[in-house]
Write a protein that binds this ligand. Structure first.
Ligand code: PBG
Length: 336
């Protein structure tokens, strides 16, 4: 559709529609509501809360506190929570064996949250990195991240999560073929209602820094392991490849797709929405959270305005929703 012809100034004065709050609200093109938010949350094995130094306002929560948070999410109208595990360093190994522990912290958190607030959706990362001592998302063979052996482990992990009651599996590792393997395994196990939101276009990014702190991730590059994740996560310069990644995951059975990080990749969000018309989510990652909080704490930006403006940007770009550490605060600001 071609746009209507524009009158010329002074017949056309675009500022007329900005002169008061009521008219700005009336012509607003996109709206952010609590239903657009997926609350990103870190769960740990111990008791109580442990603040994450690089993410002021974010703490690792115990299983019990996650259950309380689920009740809060329900009250705030936040539809879903994405949980990420912090496990003790002594439990990590090269294969990430604890990832498929049916009595591990993730399975326990899912059950506790579902007991407390069954109306709130639970999403889990399917990835090995919180469980490997080398911090990579895959099994290492001959110094390389091995694709297919990693997928076998992801399938075990995903099934454990789904059996514990997880609603949405979110494979976040960027191995090739993992959505198809998960879908087949879910169908085979009678878990056909379990959804998949794939981290379809996930870029190798500096903005995940504080997350590694939050989950106590192994230090990349130790013991001869690769120093970064660039052989599996995408090159930040690429758009066409991002579209191929998304196409592949949709063809493999992903129900929803995600672009990550968020704000520096809004162009990718917009292209994915336009190209595939699939429910497309964006992840406002730990580094984006930390940047806003750091600037706000220095008095350099207005914290609340920056939070809502950053989240609204995802809606404007066409996203169906945002995974964010700001979810409860933003929902309250939105009047929930
Ligand atoms: C694990 C994973 C990461 C994040 C979510 N899942 C880190 C990574 O891929 O290195 C990042 C989340 C954030 O920064 O908030 N695969």
């Amino acid at each position: 559709m071609s746009p209507a012809p524009l009158a010329a100034y002074p017949a056309l004065r675009l500022r007329r529609l900005r002169q008061a709050d009521w008219i700005r609200r009336m012509v607003r093109e996109s709206v952010l509501t609590p239903a657009d938010l997926i609350w990103s949350m870190v769960v740990h094995e111990g008791d109580g809360e442990v603040p994450v130094a690089s993410m002021p306002g974010v703490s690792r929560l115990s299983v019990k506190e996650c259950a309380k948070a689920a009740v809060e999410a329900r009250k705030l109208g936040i539809p879903a929570i994405a949980i990420f595990p912090h496990i003790d360093g002594s439990k990590k190994d090269a294969l990430g064996s604890q990832a498929a522990d049916p009595n591990g912290v993730i399975a326990n958190a899912i059950k506790a949250m579902k007991d407390a607030a069954p109306e709130v959706g639970i999403m889990c990362d399917v990835a090995l990195d919180p469980f490997t001592d080398h911090g990579h998302d895959g099994v290492i063979e001959n110094g390389k991240i091995a694709n297919d052996p990693t997928i076998e482990r992801l399938v075990e992990q995903g099934l454990i999560q789904a059996q514990a009651g997880c609603d949405i599996l979110a494979p976040s590792d960027m191995m090739d073929g993992r959505c198809a393997a998960l879908r087949t395994a879910l169908e085979g196990a009678g878990l056909q209602d379990t959804m998949i939101m794939s981290y379809a276009a996930k870029f190798a990014s500096a903005f995940y820094g504080p997350y590694r702190d939050a989950i106590g991730s192994g230090k990349l590059g130790t013991g001869g392991a690769p120093i970064d994740k660039k052989t599996y996560q995408m090159d930040s310069a690429n758009t066409e490849e991002a579209l191929r990644e998304v196409a592949l995951d949709i063809a493999e059975g992903a129900d929803m797709v995600m672009v990550k990080p968020g704000m520096p990749y809004l162009d990718i969000v917009s292209r994915v929405v336009e190209t595939f018309q699939m429910p497309t989510f964006a992840f406002q990652v730990s580094g984006e959270y930390a940047m806003i909080m750091a600037a706000a704490q220095n008095g350099w930006i207005d914290e609340e305005r920056a939070i809502l403006e950053s989240l609204g940007a995802f809606k404007r770009a066409g996203a169906a929703g945002v995974i964010t550490y700001f979810a409860p605060r933003a929902a309250k600001m939105l009047g929930a």
